[in-house]
Write a protein that binds this ligand. Sequence first.
Ligand code: AMP
Ligand code: MG
Length: 403
Amino acid sequence: MCSVDRVSGLLSVDEALAVVLERASALPAEAVPVEHAAGRVLARSPRAATAVPPFASSAMDGFAVRAAECPGTLPVAIRIPAGRPADRPLRSGEAMGIATGGAVPEGADAVVPLERVVDHGDRIDVPSAVLRGDNVRPAGGDVEAGAPVLPEGSRLGAAQLAALAAAGVAVAECPRRPRLSVLVTGTELRAPGTRLQPGEIYESNAAMLAALLAGFGAVVERRAAVADDEAAHRSALEEALAADVVVSSGGVSVGPHDLVRRTAAELGVEELFWGVAMRPGKPLSFGVRRRTLVFGLPGNPVSSLVGALLFVGPALLALQGAADPAPRWHVGELATPIRRHPGRDDYARARWQSRERPGVLEPIRGQESHMIVRAATADVLLHVPRGEGELPAGATVRYLPLP
Ligand code: AMP
Ligand code: MG
């Protein structure tokens, strides 16, 4: 199906992402009121219910005139407020007062701004020439009635929501949000706030994964930590598999307590890959059971973070119908040299060198995969392609801002 690295036998990150995205097609669409559609993706292109603007309107506070009658002195027939059009057309030789957004009356073909006239109350002097169309926003200048407002696959950010509202679209058709189950494994894990016994550590992946993946639009269900015991794995995974996406952490390496992959296979999950040529996070697994996507992230917190950002987030966007769900890499410059790994791409944590130079990146100290406290000081994930030696200062690098 896809080529593997000849030396390591591992998929590259891009190959692994392609396998994931191939299985992550958009979920069925539902009707979403536009006021609740922030961050959603359009399943269908909505048509404008009205032209925008719906009528020829004034771009300025001023006077509606016939351009050919300027310069000149014109009696002011009516003053038109926004929201209430004039009750008759503009006659030859007269002006009408008009507010920004007011409907330009029939018979007028330009608006002269207030500051370009002398206003005597009942008449105005227009001292200079006016061009037809000056300060008139034509009906449909932004979009015509019935035309598509946004293409299918558009993500509804702030401006897109306003565009739909302006065009009179109250309800959008969007793929439903994926339900995602977070399942952390490890007998050693305890909730923060309790007392640790020897050998135990505090559980930190569930909060991280829940926040990160909710940010990608998932409806997240957090499950209790699962002990490294077959029966516990089996029942927790079986329940989690009711979701659209299962994200587990821990238990995907080769130790005797690493039960996630085996249990998943017993429950009918077809594994599509295990192992990606990346650091941290190499033993990441991905499989499917019917339409449910199953990600096994390694337990080290930074490995879980990187795996979730590179694979789970894009899968969630694809399930929601995004046209281009792959991570959006930015391009920057390396501030200090960094060693490369010969066989695996590195995803190093880095900081802006300063707020004034946000594209210049300095890898943080403490790049080990358990060091979530150090990683929490980083601004970005920096891609260091595999290779010999080091990437020198000044090298062009790709990075992903950390959400
Ligand atoms: P594993 O992938 O299960 O072999 O775990 C690798 C390392 O990550 C071990 O040191 C675990 O104790 C640690 N770890 C696993 N899961 C979590 C978690 N949810 N929170 C914090 N550390 C974890
Ligand atoms: Mg474990």
